[in-house]
Design a protein around this ligand. Structure first.
Ligand code: SF4
Ligand code: SF4
Length: 423
C-alpha cells in the first residue's frame, strides 16, 4: 500500500466514502470534456487512487501516472461536487506518489528546479534577474516571431510565451502614461500584509506595486514581511509536498508578528496554496495550530477590498473590457465574485462577461513540466476555445491574473487583436 495515498485517504476517508459516484463533477472537468475518458474525470481518478491505495494497481503503472498527470489541477470538480470531496488534496498526494516514478529530462529538470533553485532565495532571485535580462533583450520576442520554438518543442514555446508575457505592456497610444499617487492613508487605516509571491515579485513586480497603490487608494496601508518565501504551490502541484511544507513553515514564521492582520495576495495560485496550509501542516505538532490561524487570514486583493468597502474608481473610458477568472481564485479561494464587484463599480465601464471564463484555460499544467506534450488535444482545445472567445470581442481589455492572463492574451495579440491587459 502506498503510504502517502493511504494517509491522505485515511484523513479524508469520510469525504471519500461520501463520494457517491454521482458523476456531477464530470461535465465540470475540462479533461473529461475533451477526452470523454472516464479515467480523465475526477470520479475516474479517485477510482484509480483507491485502486493504488488498496494495492489493486501499482503506483508506477503507466495508466495511473498518465491520468493523474493529465489532470489540470483546476479544482472545478470541487465546486461541482455535492459531497465535498476535496479532490485537490488527493491530487497532490497522488502526484507525490508518482513523482519518484517519473523519469526523463523534463522531470529531472523539474526536480532540480524545485529542490535546488527554489530552496535558495538568492539563487531564485538571480534566476529571475537572468530571465528578465533575457526577456528585456527582446530575444524572446524575436524567437517567438520566427515560430521556431513552436516547431521544436511546445514546452519551450510555452516557456518563452510566459516570459515574454511577463513584460509590462506599453500603454496604448493616447492613454495616460503617468500613474496617480494615492493620497496618504489615514492614521486609523487598516493594515494588510502583502504576500508578494516569488514569480510575481521576480517577473511581475509592477502588479505588486499596483496592488499597494490600490489598497492605499482605499485607505488601507500595506506591509510586506521581509522573510517571506515562495508559497510552495509549484512544489505541491508537482507532488513535492515536503518542499511545500518547508516553505509553508517559513511563511508562517515570516507573518507571525501581526497575528490578526489579513494576508493579501494578488495571484490565485498563491492564495489557494496559502489557504491550504492548514491542511498541509495538519499533522505537524508544532505548526498545525499556527497554520490554521495563518490560512484563516488569507484573502485575495478583491476580497480585502470588499471587506474594507472599497471606493468606486474613476471612469477609465469606454473600451470594451472583459474578465477571465483564475481557477484557483474561483475554486480555491472562492473569490471570483469580489473581482467582478470591483469591475462593476467602475463608472461607465463597457464590460462584457466572457463566456466560459469559469473554465480552466489549460495553461496551468504547462508551466514546468512535460504535460503539454502528454495532453496536446486538451490544451490546444482549451486554448483555441478561449482564443475564439476573446477574438469574438474583437478588441478591448482583458482583466485576469498574473500567469494565465498572459497565456490568454498573447494568442489574441498574435492574431492582431488590439488587446490591453489589466491585472
Ligand atoms: S467526486 Fe463528488 S461529484 Fe464527483 S462522483 Fe464523487 S461525489 Fe459525485
Ligand atoms: S482538477 Fe480539473 S482537470 Fe483535474 S479532475 Fe478536477 S476538474 Fe478535472
Amino acid at each position: 500500500m502506498n503510504s502517502s495515498l493511504a494517509n491522505v485517504l485515511a484523513a479524508e476517508e469520510e469525504k471519500l466514502l461520501a463520494c457517491v459516484h454521482c458523476g456531477l463533477c464530470l461535465e465540470a472537468c475540462p479533461t473529461y470534456v475533451v477526452t470523454g475518458d472516464e479515467n480523465d474525470s475526477p470520479r475516474g481518478r479517485i477510482y484509480l487512487m483507491r485502486a493504488v491505495e488498496e494495492g489493486r494497481l501499482a503506483a508506477a503503472s503507466p495508466s495511473f501516472e498518465r491520468h493523474i498527470d493529465r489532470c489540470l489541477g483546476c479544482r472545478a470538480c470541487e465546486s461541482a461536487c455535492p459531497a465535498g470531496v476535496e479532490y485537490g488534496q488527493l491530487l497532490e498526494a497522488a502526484r507525490q506518489t508518482i513523482l519518484p516514478t517519473q523519469r526523463g529530462f523534463p522531470y529531472a529538470l523539474l526536480k532540480f528546479v524545485l529542490r535546488t533553485i527554489w530552496k535558495r532565495p538568492a539563487l531564485l532571485r538571480a534566476s529571475f534577474a537572468f530571465a528578465r535580462l533575457f526577456r528585456d533583450s527582446r530575444i524572446t520576442r524575436l524567437l517567438l516571431k520566427t515560430g521556431i520554438p513552436r516547431e521544436l518543442s511546445p514546452r519551450w514555446d510555452f516557456a518563452l510565451l510566459l516570459l515574454e508575457g511577463s513584460r509590462q505592456f506599453a500603454r496604448p497610444e493616447g492613454a495616460r502614461d503617468e500613474i496617480a499617487t494615492p493620497a496618504p492613508v489615514s492614521d486609523t487605516a487598516p493594515t494588510a500584509l502583502l504576500f508578494k509571491g516569488c514569480v510575481t515579485d521576480g517577473l511581475f513586480s509592477h502588479v505588486n506595486e499596483a496592488t499597494k497603490r490600490v489598497l492605499s487608494a482605499n485607505d488601507c496601508q500595506t506591509k510586506s514581511p521581509a522573510d517571506q518565501v515562495c508559497c510552495g504551490a509549484l512544489h505541491a502541484h508537482a507532488g513535492e509536498l515536503e518542499g511545500a511544507r518547508r516553505l509553508a513553515r517559513k511563511n508562517i514564521d515570516a507573518f507571525r508578528n501581526d497575528p490578526l492582520t489579513p494576508i493579501v495576495t494578488n495571484a490565485g495560485g498563491c492564495g489557494a496554496m496559502l489557504a491550504s496550509y492548514s491542511h498541509l501542516l495538519a499533522d505537524d505538532l508544532q505548526y498545525a495550530e499556527r497554520a490554521r490561524e495563518f490560512s484563516a487570514r488569507v484573502r485575495d486583493i478583491g476580497q480585502q477590498l470588499v471587506a474594507i468597502r472599497f471606493r468606486n474608481g474613476a471612469a477609465i473610458g469606454s473600451t470594451r473590457t472583459t474578465y477571465d477568472t483564475s481557477c484557483h481564485l474561483l475554486h480555491g479561494q472562492h473569490g471570483g465574485d469580489a473581482s467582478l464587484q470591483m469591475l462593476w463599480a467602475i463608472p461607465g465601464l463597457n464590460f462584457t462577461l466572457l463566456e466560459g471564463s469559469d473554465v480552466c484555460c489549460g495553461g496551468r499544467r504547462r508551466d514546468l513540466s512535460d504535460r503539454q506534450s502528454r495532453m496536446p488535444d486538451a490544451n490546444r482545445c482549451r486554448s483555441r476555445d478561449r482564443q475564439n472567445e476573446i477574438e469574438s470581442l474583437s478588441s478591448g481589455r482583458i482583466t485576469r491574473r498574473v500567469l494565465s492572463a498572459r497565456r490568454v492574451l498573447h494568442p489574441a495579440r498574435r492574431a492582431g487583436k488590439e488587446c490591453e491587459l489589466i491585472i
